[in-house]
Ligand binder design. Structure first.
Ligand SMILES: NC(=O)c1ccc[n+]([C@@H]2O[C@H](COP(=O)([O-])OP(=O)(O)OC[C@H]3O[C@@H](n4cnc5c(N)ncnc54)[C@H](OP(=O)(O)O)[C@@H]3O)[C@@H](O)[C@H]2O)c1
Length: 230
């Protein structure tokens, strides 16, 4: 792995994605990131000069991911580390009260969005037989609770999908599902309410999670991982 790595992060506009981007860049790596919020992406572009690269992309839309991947692969080449971080959580509710549209949105981003990114970026990584893919799972990808069934369903799916993917990659590569821990972000506030403030901030979490992510290698392929710091 090169000393200056190319790190692709989905969902870079806030929460864990934003904190990871800042920490990777502070350590001298190049971050290529996306999110839906135009305002946040403009801010990131102002804050971090090229070769860092931030774009407005909705990972749920396969054509948008295809266009983004084409541009990134021709200007930067394949990423060394691909972090499928972008996700949504449903508003707390028993499953039978979750509207069809909300259920679809969670599946479209958390599951199909991850596959869209894999579909358009991983062939270039496989051609080089190098790189690590980290699909963000959750404690709720390994256990379950009431009122977050749609989210749990997607994170359990991420665990299975990543295990299959790990068996398809050539040697020299890795795909792992990662439980980041519990961190005080917009997503946590949605499910935990005020109790979320007793958990670490994203920037504090990133100080230990980022070195951990940089250490994942081919020997970890297929391992269920949990980040420190959360
Ligand atoms: N926080 C925790 O305690 C915790 C625990 C377990 C697992 N996780 C996992 O960790 C990851 C990050 O969570 P977080 O807490 O940082 O969540 P968050 O604060 O809600 O941030 C989610 C990020 O994803 C982006 N995003 C959402 N939909 C998108 C789409 N369609 N296309 C592109 N970007 C999109 C959001 O930006 P835009 O709105 O600008 O698109 C935002 O940057 C998620 O996979 C989550 O499931 C978090």
């Amino acid at each position: 792995m090169p000393a200056n790595r190319k790190i692709l992060i989905t969902g870079v506009s806030r929460g864990l994605g934003r904190a990871m981007a800042e920490e990777f860049i502070r350590l001298g790596h190049t971050v290529i990131g996306c999110g839906r919020s135009e305002k946040a992406i403009i801010e990131l572009k102002k804050q971090f000069a090229p070769p860092n690269d931030f774009a407005v992309v909705d990972v749920a839309l396969d054509e948008q991911v295809a266009t983004w991947a084409k541009r990134i692969l021709s200007s930067h080449g394949p990423p060394d580390l691909l972090l499928n971080n972008a996700a949504l959580i449903n508003r707390n509710a028993p499953l039978w009260e979750v509207p069809a549209k909300e259920f679809s949105d969670v599946i479209d981003v958390n599951l199909k969005g991850v596959v869209n990114v894999i579909r358009h970026f991983v062939p270039a990584m496989v051609a080089r037989r190098a790189g690590v893919i980290v699909n963000f799972s959750s404690g709720w990808g390994r256990s379950a609770d009431a009122e977050v069934a749609p989210y749990c369903a997607t994170k359990w799916a991420i665990e299975g999908l990543t295990n299959s993917l790990s068996q398809e990659l050539p040697s020299g590569m890795a795909a792992v599902p990662l439980n980041p821990g519990i961190i005080d972000t917009d997503m946590l506030r949605s499910s935990f309410g005020g109790a979320s403030s007793s958990y670490p901030s994203p920037s504090r979490w990133a100080k230990s999670a980022v070195p951990f992510l940089l250490n994942i290698s081919a020997r970890d392929n297929g391992r269920q991982m949990t980040a420190p710091g959360g």
